[in-house]
Ligand binder design. Structure first.
Ligand code: UD1
Ligand code: UDP
Length: 367
């Protein structure tokens, strides 16, 4: 890269996927000598969802920790805006960079934009068109207040063009592919997770979306499907889901099943190893749909949702939306176990250089 005059960017993040997906951009900016202020909202606060990723990925300790914690949609967003405003008025960065669609992202983008600070939205232009998802509101607002929109694919760039967003649109790839490829080798060397998994051939399962796990019919259906599946399941459980499994009286039933290995939320190295080792994945996660297409993983994903904002994973043959109705999910698992095969196609989410692409655009956009 050429040399640029110094300026300051602030990265605002707060959850597991934001740490993973912002790490490559942070590293790229730092390697250019850019001063980066790292602001952690505290939306995720358990070690297993936050610090463990900061440690393992080698991300610097946050400069500011807002300690927002859990709460209702409005509380979490408002509290984050309120606390962030103070930090941004003290530090006055030239840019604020946010990633994805969490409440932290909505708060970060809106607070900065209204303070006259340039906002860069990483992973812009995704749309599920599902009004049940809090994330759909967050990503739409973030896109429409941002100055720089980093769309991971031509499809997402096209959505932003069709919605006539204010900011400039840049097609950059998705930084999760950078993370996956960077850490895949060290994950294989460091992870011991397979020692805790009693199965050699398994389905890797995750579920945490509010519209799924807060619904007793959907969550109860998932439990029955996993217990009766033709392949065993390895399931690292998100704390939100653990809470709901216990609340609905489902936890013991799932934990007792010999067909299911429940794990705490996995660290990134462990999760990369589990993705690599499994036969296929059943998930409602966004990031996992993308990671499964990366050269070091290449696994089929059954998307445990009614829709996806990642149609590229479906179009490339890696993913299939199977809905959340238990009969349909069970049939999809049976078919996949019998005859599923991951394609050997390049990832639609880029070549692992998204962090550097975005850093270059941020640096070139300086006044
Ligand atoms: C959030 C994001 C979601 C993202 C996910 C990544 C929103 C609206 N949702 O969902 O888009 O996919 O993070 O994992 O921003 N909890 C803990 N420990 C923690 C954090 C949360 O126990 O460190 C529990 C609490 O009971 C909390 C619940 O999980 O109420 C939900 O946490 P929250 O951050 O509100 O949403 P997620 O489901 O994690
Ligand atoms: N992940 C992880 N451990 C787990 C589950 C997920 O490290 O137990 C990683 C996964 O590799 C991906 C990211 O977390 O990079 C996805 O986060 P999550 O599913 O919580 O959020 P989403 O992507 O749906 O917003």
């Amino acid at each position: 890269m050429r040399s640029y005059p110094r300026m300051t960017s602030a990265i605002v993040l707060g959850t597991r996927p934001e740490i993973i997906k912002m790490a490559p951009l942070l590293f790229a900016l730092e390697s250019e000598g850019e001063k980066v202020i790292l602001i952690h909202s505290g939306q995720h606060y358990d070690d297993a969802l936050s610090e463990s990723f900061i440690r393992d990925l080698g991300v610097k300790a946050p400069d500011h920790y807002l300690k927002v914690g859990s709460g209702s949609q409005a509380f979490q967003t408002a509290e984050c805006m309120f606390r962030l405003e103070k930090v941004l008025s003290d530090t006055r960065p030239d840019n604020v960079l946010v990633q994805g669609d969490t409440n932290t992202v909505l708060a970060g983008a809106l607070t900065a934009a209204k303070m006259g600070i340039k906002v860069g939205h990483v992973e812009a232009g995704l749309r599920s068109n599902d009004r049940r998802m809090p994330e759909e509101y967050n990503r739409r607002v973030a896109d429409h207040v941002s100055h720089m929109l980093f769309a991971p694919t031509p499809d997402s760039a096209g959505i932003l063009e069709s919605e006539k967003v204010w900011g400039s649109i840049h097609m950059t790839g998705n930084t999760v592919i950078d993370a996956c490829e960077t850490f895949s080798k060290v994950a294989g060397e460091k992870s011991r997770v397979l020692e805790n998994v009693g199965f050699d051939d398994f389905i890797l399962v995750t579920a945490h979306r509010a519209e799924n796990v807060d619904d007793p019919t959907v969550l109860g259906g998932l439990v029955d499907v996993l217990i009766g599946a033709p392949l065993p399941a390895v399931y690292p459980v998100h704390p939100r889901t653990e809470k709901m499994l216990k609340q609905f009286g489902l936890y013991e039933k799932l934990a007792k099943s010999e067909n299911v290995c429940l794990l705490p939320p996995a660290g990134y190295f462990d999760f990369l190893v589990l993705m690599k080792k499994c036969r296929f994945i059943l998930t409602d996660s966004g990031g996992i749909q993308e990671e499964a297409t990366s050269p070091s993983i290449r696994k089929r994903v059954l998307v445990f949702r009614r829709s996806t904002e990642r149609p590229e994973a479906v179009d490339s043959g890696y993913a299939q939306v199977v809905g959340t109705e238990s009969g349909a999910v069970a049939r999809a698992i049976a078919t996949e176990a019998k005859s599923g095969k991951a394609p050997k196609k390049p990832s639609p989410y880029g070549d692992g250089k998204a962090g550097r692409n975005i850093a270059r655009i941020v640096l070139e956009a300086r006044p």
